[in-house]
Each structure stands twice: as structure tokens, then as C-alpha cells.
Design a protein around this ligand. Sequence first.
Ligand code: FDA
Length: 397
Amino acid sequence: MADDPNHYDAIILGAGGAGLMCAGVAARRGRRTLVIDHADAPGKKILISGGGRCNFTNVHTAPDRFLSQNPHFAKSALSRYAPQDFIDLVDGYGIAWHEKTLGQLFCDGSARQIVDMLMTAATDAGAEIALGKSIRDVTHIDDGDRRFRVAFGLRTVTAASLVIATGGPSIPKIGATGFAYDLARQFRLKIVEPRPALVPLTLGGREVLFRELSGVSAEVTASCGKTSFREAALFTHRGLSGPAILQISSYWRSGQSVAIDFLPAANDDWLIEEKRARPRVGIRNALAARLPDRLAATLADRIGIDGELANVPDRKLSGAATRLSRWEFSPNGSEGFAKAEVTAGGIDTKELSSKPMESRRVPGLYAIGEAVDVTGWLGGYNFQWAWASGVAAGEAL
Ligand code: FDA
């Protein structure tokens, strides 16, 4: 069996960040490893990430920056493979990088450097990568160390271990699918309902008028329930986007409202103070001193206070300031998987042991990366999860 070219220690389905990382680690440990992907090139999401520069990690990585039905699940893998470990890898390959805002690290050059690094690490260690091949069938045969059989392209291969690393269905036009969930169902693993996350929200009804502000952005605090993010929000021709909205979208559920504080730096009495300091100014100009003109005009219209601040009672100004600090939007949906940067939900973490990422019920079956119900904030967290979970499985295979 040792000489059988179609038998492997590990077969990894998916040549994205998690799958390639896992392959490199497993192959370096002497495991005969095969990666299979239906796409004609590896790491397509890496290539389009971070505006082509790949925001490959975040120095503030911590378990509380990930969503999951079990918030403790990600702790083990994240603690054993930290951002510094990936930085060391990147440095080892001579890839120059820089820190942008909020602990986000990007390549100075191109995201392709990250894909090349992962491919080199995996293939130099002896992993085989089969691209452009559809997976026709996956079978659980459980025959000694031949536990799994995978038919793809013109080949049929067997392995002792099988790793699900095919990600989630966000951005189907570059080859993303819900294949991980099909496999999970086949192996009777539970799934937490997948939903688009890090995704623009859409507005309807009376709020449709805000679409006229398409292209306008401002630094706001966006909140949903107890969670809030202070970052830029952007009005679009369909609704709301920008980092603050993408972040909050991961927490938003249909029917909930999103509150926007348009002036997060202002105190509660700012309009009354403005009235004392510049009594001849109207609310529109008072807002325009702090917000983009078009946004100031729209908000002033909606608030419906006319004339000079000097003629407006403090009580009304105080009410207006409160409204501006908790402007409630009721999104009627999101732009869906077509535009979502990630998929929240996925293979239920209860099915997996958090250290090796192995199925509790099906020995030899692993799941890593976005396929699993662990979703990071915007800003490099999702790649850090892909690397960390990939390493965790790679060390266990
Ligand atoms: P990933 O989706 O990367 O890989 C899965 C692989 O499986 C793919 O190669 C796919 O072709 C293959 N596959 C799927 N179905 C298959 C099937 N049926 N048969 C065979 N193969 C199949 N994150 C971050 O931290 N920083 C960032 O800057 C960004 N930026 C960003 C921009 C955009 C536009 C998107 C869409 C996403 C991001 N992300 C991000 C998120 C990040 O890209 C994502 O979380 C990781 O790529 C997930 O890695 P995985 O390896 O788990 O899945």
C-alpha cells in the first residue's frame, strides 16, 4: 500500500488559505498529502483580498473578535498559531508588509506573494496540488487506513484523513460553493445556518431616500444590539456599506434595526453649545461643519428644525442631538452571498474537537477555515483563522 500512487495520508479539499496552510504543515511532518480544488488557480480569495494587497492578519487577534455559536471554540487554534507566527513566515519569505489602521497588516506589494508563499511552502514539503478538477464523489469506506475515497477528474484516490477546506459560499463568481455543507450533511455533521456576513445592507421604504447620498461617507458608530463599531460608513445606491456597516452586518439579523451615531465625537449638548457659540447659524450649517455637506443637508431636512439656532428651544436641540446620535435604520436585507466577504455559520463547532479540528464522530475527518462556524471581524481576522485552523489540523494529521 505504501507504493500505491493513489493512496495518501491526507487529502485536503480546497486550495484556499486554510487548505494550503494545512497542506504545508502536514507535508513537512512527512505526511503524503494531496490538495484538490475545482478552481484553475489556488487561493483566489487571497488574490482579491485587501484590494489586491491581502490584509493577511491583525495584530489585535483575540477570540472575542470572532463570531461562533461557541465563542470558546476558536481559542485553542488561535492561541497556538498567533499573528506573529504568520508574520515570521512572511518575513522568512522576504515579503514586505506594513501596518495600516486598527492593527491590519497588508503586503507592500501584492496578495500574489502570499499565494506563492503558501504554494511554495506546500510543494517544497512534498504536497501535491491538483487544480481544475471537479470532485465527483467522496465516500467513507473505513477500510484500515483507507478511510476515505475521493473521485475527482479522471482519478480515484484514498486516504486515512480527509480535510474539508472548501470555505463558504460567499462570492460564487470566483468558485465559492456550499460544498463543505454538502459533505458535512453526508457525514451527518450539524450545520449552523450559513448567512452572508461582512456584507452591505440594503434600505427600502422611506429610507430609500438615503440612497441619494450614494458615495458619501462619514466616520460613525454603528450599533446593533450590544455590539458597536466606530469606523467609516458609506451610503450606496442600494443602502449602507463601509467598514462600520460591514462589521455590524455580521451581527445583524433580519428584522433588527441598526443605529448610527453620526457624530460619535460630539457630546450630548453639542447643539446647545453651538447655539451659545454661534447663535446665527442654522442646523444645516452646524452639521456641515462636522459632516459632509450632502449628508448634513439630508439629516437637517429630516430633523425638520428651521431657522437660526438662537430661535430653537434647548429642549428641541437636545432632542435633535439625541436623534443624530441614535439614527435608526431598518435594513430590509443585505446584498447577499454575491457581495459578502465571508459566510457566518457553517459546520457546527460542537461536531469538532477544537485542538485538532477533527470530527468527534467520524475519525479522520477534519474541517478548517471558513467552512466552520467561526467568523472573524473585518481586518485580517478571517485569514488568521484560516492559517491557525489550517495549522491545527496540519499538526494533527
Ligand atoms: P477559501 O474560500 O479561501 O478557499 C476554499 C477553496 O475551496 C477555494 O480555492 C475554492 O475554489 C475551493 N472549492 C470550493 N468549492 C469547491 C468544490 N465544490 N470542489 C473543489 N474545490 C472547491 N479576510 C481577511 O482576513 N483579510 C482580507 O483582506 C480579506 N479580504 C477579502 C476580500 C474579499 C473580496 C473576500 C470575498 C474575502 C475576503 N476575506 C478577507 C475573507 C477571506 O478571504 C476568507 O475568510 C478566507 O479566504 C477563507 O479561507 P478558506 O481557505 O477557508 O476558504
